[in-house]
Design a binder for this molecule. Structure first.
Ligand SMILES: [Zn+2]
Length: 136
């Protein structure tokens, strides 16, 4: 059975291509942000794993240490509300594996999606395509 994130993945087996995903945080996550949003708080990420699998990885400890412990991983552990596949633009997943000459492609798509959601009034964790362009 496909997942809500990708019609080629199953929860147990990833399709081998890349995926973007959007997580919605509980509103009390706003205590961790200086700039508040009236619309809501999201996180945009990307993974070559099945999205469910990548999510579970946030809760794995290796020798007592979290496998992922970025500020966003901490927020996901504490404030995860639900996935918002409805906020991905149509049929974005799966994203074909980028070629050798275009390794930044997935991150670019990720940043563009995050910027689009920011433009709609959400506070969004994750990369920004606008910032990536500026830093070139
Ligand atoms: Zn997939």
């Amino acid at each position: 059975m496909p997942t809500i994130h990708c019609k080629k993945c199953t929860p147990e087996k990833a399709c081998g291509d890349y995926h973007l995903y959007v997580i919605e945080f509980h509103s009390n996550v706003e205590e961790t942000y200086q700039n508040k949003s009236g619309k809501g708080y999201l996180y945009v990420g990307s993974t070559s794993k099945a999205v469910e699998k990548r999510f579970e990885d946030n809760f794995i400890k290796i020798e007592g240490e979290w496998k992922y412990n970025s500020p966003n991983a901490k927020r996901i552990r504490k404030y995860f509300k639900k996935f918002r596949p409805d906020l991905l633009y149509e049929n974005i997943n799966p994203i074909p594996k980028p070629g050798k000459n275009d390794k930044g492609m997935v991150e670019r798509r990720e940043g563009k999606l995050a910027d689009r959601l920011r433009n709609r009034g959400y506070r969004v964790g994750g990369p920004s395509w606008k910032k990536m362009k500026k830093n070139k």
